[in-house]
Design a protein around this ligand. Sequence first.
Ligand code: ADE
Length: 257
Amino acid sequence: MSNKKELQICPAQGMMRGKKEEERGIRFMIGIIGAMPVEVDKLIEAMEETSRETVSMVQFHQGVLAGVPVVVACCGAGKVCSAVCAQTMILKYAPRLIINLGVAGGIGPQVKIGDLVVATAVLQHDFDTSDLGEEKFLLPLLNKTSLEADERVSGLLVECAREVYPGGVHRGVVATGDQFIGSPERLRLISRETGALACEMEGGSIGHACALAGVPFAVVRAISDNADAHAVIDFPQFARESAQKSMTFLMKALPRL
Ligand code: ADE
């Protein structure tokens, strides 16, 4: 047997440090990640920014938003950019929670453009080692096919969303992949295999990075299109409006989280 010492680093220890600080009356940071500038620009404009730094081409804006200490970043689209951003945020800022917000394609006739979807769990619909006999979507190390969003925070987000927008608020699985979904065939397959209410390109990978590090996460998405043949027309038309909705909503919800 080797005498080598194994050093285990769990980034969530940052949260334990945060807890002590909280006991002394100091609230710890909430991390907020959006993929496109249009998904975070109003938050960055509205916050009292105290510092800004760029790591791996992503700007991290630290400050106070709606009275809450936050760090906000725009990560770029897709699973790699978003996972790198989440991991950097965890290691550098030790957030007590990471919220991913933005827009998504709605799945199913009940999920309409402009509606909000709060994730109960996230999964990666393009993670597939089933040809090797594994369960589809099964993630290494975590050994899970989907990752649960923080129940308390997601519950509060839904409660708050229903107060602000009566009607048009859904709670369910969000499916993530490195593809913009804009065809009925791919949409049907994702819907059948995952039962998701929305598809997007970052929630599952941000959740993945958070789960590896033991950091709670939540995902809030406003629907910009229905991930069908019309999505390429709807997305550019409704992305700004829907992104605005998720930002306005988050600013209202933040002080309660
Ligand atoms: N984000 C917004 N709409 C989307 C779609 N149809 N597919 C993937 N990500 C999206």
